[in-house]
Design a protein around this ligand. Structure first.
Ligand code: HEC
Length: 165
């Protein structure tokens, strides 16, 4: 009697693990397909855009806006790090998760302290990190720099809104 119960349980658990196994395999395939479709170049383009605006916001003394763009960069970096992306053999998601957060953290501190000198140093080291990874992933032809021009090409005012309540 006991033995037959045990056998039934054994058969049940084997078939349940078979179901689980197929489910896990299906999910893995789905994940791999999603990673292959992940718009890495577009997300990078957004990071560049927000990094540019972050500089002009700080330059205009608009710390609230600077904090907004800092947050956008952090969010995109987090998104990429969770997307299991590899590119030309480089584990981009893993690398971005290791490289970028410490650099963004320094920018976060500078913005919180509203310290321009600290901000400029942390921004420079963030840009160095961006380019360090472009080199490490065989994209050294993509070189990010400190914005040098005027922010007027943007159809956006970076100064503090004088009518803001
Ligand atoms: C973990 C590595 C890594 C880090 C860190 C990284 N990038 Fe990239 N970046 C890449 C790779 C790989 C590509 C190529 C993507 C592709 O082939 O579509 C790329 C492409 C780009 C592009 C080209 C897309 C375009 O719109 O012109 C820009 C710009 C860019 N990155 C900006 C940045 C900025 C700004 C940072 C830092 C805030 C940064 N990247 C940090 C790996 C990285």
């Amino acid at each position: 009697m006991k033995t037959s119960i045990l056998i039934v349980l054994l058969v049940l658990s084997i078939s349940a693990s078979g179901v689980l196994w197929r489910r896990v395999t299906a999910l893995e395939k789905q994940l791999a397909a999603q990673s292959a479709d992940y718009p890495l170049g577009e997300m990078m383009g957004y990071m560049q855009r927000y990094a540019d605006k972050l500089w002009y916001a700080e330059e205009a003394g608009n710390w609230e806006l600077a904090e907004f763009y800092r947050g956008e960069i952090a969010e995109i970096a987090e998104g990429i790090s969770q997307a299991h992306v590899t590119k030309d053999g480089a584990e981009v998601s893993k690398m971005i998760g290791e490289m970028l957060p410490p650099a963004i953290e320094e920018v976060t501190k500078a913005v919180a302290a509203r310290d321009s000198g600290q901000f400029r140093r942390s921004y420079q080291s963030m840009v160095t990190t961006c380019n360090g990874c472009h080199e490490a992933t065989k994209h050294d032809f993509i070189r990010i720099s400190i914005p040098a021009g005027s922010p007027l090409h943007w159809n956006q005012a970076f100064s503090v809104n004088p009518t803001s309540k």
